[in-house]
Design a protein around this ligand. Structure first.
Ligand SMILES: NC(=O)c1ccc[n+]([C@@H]2O[C@H](COP(=O)([O-])OP(=O)(O)OC[C@H]3O[C@@H](n4cnc5c(N)ncnc54)[C@H](O)[C@@H]3O)[C@@H](O)[C@H]2O)c1
Ligand SMILES: [Zn+2]
Length: 393
């Protein structure tokens, strides 16, 4: 018997198409995008489809339920529609594992297989939960996303990640699984309360800050129109934001985040911690606004970003009505440490590898550091507190 070590090493690649569409009236008669997408992404003769919807979205859009029924009635023969389930939206969905179990039960009872689809219609939390259930049941059922919030249309919904919270940690369980497609219907955003409508624009500002100075100018010029609910402009900005995200995922060479570089997570190390510290009273968007303000002021105090650029950033964030400071930033542990700073290690642990934090050199120009100066962060936090009052006056 030959005792020497043997190895079999073969490289294989899997090609993905990441499809993100923008439309209006996705369930309206005559709009064939959803049906053709379902047909295009599977070899099943008559694909089985189950829909999971965000109850708050459905309640705010009472006409949608019958539109969905009519839509699938019209597709009968081509698509086998099995029915729908409504779940309450928001972060609670990701915090309580009974919702995940409910989805697994639905998948089992409806005999959904790898050639079937689950359509997720709702905010980012619902998309994350449904994406996780779909990607783990039977090792992967196709899922299709119909995001209903600005944040999920311009950012999270267009990505390839899903997840739920566990052990009190954001997205502790999750997978990288590209959806079969994402279909963004701008009409869905019309029922969003003001604060939730604005949430998505902080991720647009984020992607502009790290990648595209002229996009930042555009958001600045159109901030008033966005706040006044000009849906033409809203669609343009979200589409540009989604495009930046998709191009980054598809072309930056690391769609499943195997390295430590994570520019799209600019401002997110403290945002994730703030969400948990406030027990999700601060939304993801509101937390990211503060996280971006913090890492921008830190970039300035470290000597990378000019004062004028910092002022522009903080003013734009505030012009959308976001706060740039929250009292939890200054919360101390029993031994006098800033609790928020634990977010750095938790971020590193979640991402794996070395701590890698994106900072700004300029608007549209990010770079990464592997170390954050705790004292300077504390100074930055405390000066954000005064910036907030100064800029408000
Ligand atoms: N997977 C990713 O890559 C990724 C990226 C960014 C954010 N996220 C996650 O997304 C979540 C935040 O998502 P979100 O900002 O979309 O908020 P959300 O899903 O928490 O929804 C906010 C609230 O709005 C309601 N709602 C949704 N659509 C509505 C509509 N059109 N009209 C009226 N009410 C509506 C929901 O029921 C909920 O109460 C967080 O859990 C965050 O971690 C994931
Ligand atoms: Zn985010």
């Amino acid at each position: 018997m030959d005792e020497s070590p043997h190895s079999i090493v073969e490289e294989f690649k899997v090609a993905y198409s990441h499809r993100v569409y923008f439309t209006e009236g996705v369930f309206a008669p005559g709009n064939s995008l959803l049906a053709s997408t379902i047909k295009a992404c599977t070899s099943a003769e008559t694909p089985r489809v189950f829909l999971v919807a965000d109850a708050a979205f459905m309640a705010a859009n009472p006409e949608i339920s019958s539109q969905i029924t009519q839509f699938f009635e019209h597709c009968r023969g081509e698509i086998q529609y099995l029915g729908s389930l409504e779940l309450p939206g928001g972060e609670q969905l990701k915090n309580h594992s009974e919702y995940l179990e409910q989805l697994y039960r639905v998948i089992e009872q409806n005999k959904l297989c790898r050639h079937s689809y689950i359509i997720a219609l709702g905010g980012g939390a619902l998309l994350d939960l449904v994406g996780y259930a779909a990607s783990t049941a039977h090792r992967g059922i196709r899922h299709l996303r119909l995001p209903t919030t600005s944040l999920s249309q311009g950012d999270g919904g267009c990505g390839v990640k899903n997840g739920i919270n566990y052990f009190g940690k954001k997205n502790f369980l999750g997978t990288f699984t590209p959806p079969a497609a994402v279909i963004n219907d701008v009409n869905f955003l019309k029922s969003l309360p003001e604060a939730r409508l604005i949430d998505g624009f902080i991720e647009a500002i984020k992607v502009a800050l790290i990648k595209d100075c002229s996009f930042f100018d555009y958001i600045e010029e159109n901030a008033v129109a966005i706040i006044q609910r000009d849906f033409g402009i809203i669609r343009k900005v979200l589409e540009a934001s989604a495009r930046h995200h998709v191009l980054h995922i598809a072309r930056n060479g690391d769609p499943f985040e195997l390295t430590s570089s994570r520019p799209l997570d600019f401002g997110h190390w403290s945002a994730h911690k703030l969400e948990v510290l406030t027990d999700y009273a601060l939304s993801h968007g509101e937390s990211v606004a503060i996280g971006i303000a913090l890492d921008s002021i830190y970039s300035h105090r470290k000597g990378y970003l000019s004062e004028a650029k910092l002022q522009r950033i903080l003013k734009l964030i505030q012009s959308f009505g976001f706060r740039i400071y929250d009292e939890r930033l200054s919360e101390l542990t029993e031994d006098g440490q800033y609790v928020i700073l634990r977010g750095l290690e938790e971020f590193r642990e979640h991402m794996g590898g070395k701590l890698t934090i994106p900072l700004l050199r300029d608007i549209g120009d990010q770079f990464e550091v592997n170390d954050m100066d705790g004292e300077l962060l504390i100074e930055s936090i405390e000066s954000l507190r005064s910036w907030e009052t100064t800029l408000q006056t």
